[in-house]
Design a protein around this ligand. Structure first.
Ligand code: ADP
Ligand code: MG
Length: 210
């Protein structure tokens, strides 16, 4: 195990991680962060509870330019609950930066207030595919400054039939960006999803018994 100190993060960031009781990296963080902080695409597999949210959120927070009030990162998750958890984690991880706006866009809540929130602006969007696509179709979202894209729980997304929605969303994103795919399993379909989403990805796996 190694500490977050060796990653070249800003001192305030490491202090914030420390205050959140994130001192040692988990295995998946240790294996993925050197690459993802170097802006590389990644496909990462590790079981539930292994710290994948922190793994993909650190690069998002690290390259966030808070002065630029444009959407810079998009995270897609399979469920509303998960999207909210991820948004909360990113808010905690960015506490050392002022005025970071993380917006969740999921189904199961009214559409109009989300349109208003998008109009007011955000740095980071965490959403479910269906609702994000709906906002794209209504031209409520401007992704021209997006530099980071994450698919979390990719296996679950495929199980839930989100492949086509995800493809349609990716078509609307800038080609030049970092993409990260995280999953608990490599089931059928992940490879073809990965080949669609990722550009020369680094592959990282943590075996379940660890
Ligand atoms: P996964 O997405 O792999 O299922 P999570 O990202 O939800 O896992 O993390 C599981 C738990 O581990 C969370 O409570 C999170 O706060 C905690 N955690 C993540 N990274 C670390 C770390 N480096 N040190 C201590 N706890 C951590
Ligand atoms: Mg997770």
């Amino acid at each position: 195990m190694s500490t977050f100190n060796k990653l070249n993060l800003k001192d305030e960031f490491v202090k914030n991680l420390d205050s959140l009781e994130y001192k040692q990296m988990t295995k998946i963080q240790e294996l993925s962060l050197p690459h993802t902080l170097d802006n590389k695409d990644i496909i990462a597999k590790a079981k539930t509870g292994s710290g994948k949210t922190v793994a993909f959120s650190i690069p998002i927070v690290n390259k966030l330019d808070v002065k630029k009030f444009k959407i810079q990162s998009l995270v897609l998750a399979p469920t509303r609950e998960l999207a909210n958890q991820i948004a909360q984690e990113i808010r905690k991880l960015s506490r050392h930066i002022h005025n970071v706006k993380v917006l969740t866009l999921t189904g199961g809540v009214p559409f109009k207030p989300q349109v208003a929130s998008l109009f007011h602006g955000a740095h980071i969007i965490v959403g479910t595919p269906g609702r994000v696509l709906q906002h794209i179709k209504e031209e409520n979202i401007n992704f021209e400054s997006l530099n980071t894209f994450v698919l979390d729980e990719a296996d679950k997304m495929l199980d839930m039939g989100f492949f086509d929605d995800i493809k349609l969303i990716i078509d609307e994103l800038p080609k030049q960006k970092q993409s990260m795919l995280f999953s608990a399993t490599y089931e059928e379909g992940i490879e073809s999803l990965a080949s669609f989403v990722l550009n020369e990805p680094i592959k990282v796996e943590v075996e379940d018994e660890e």
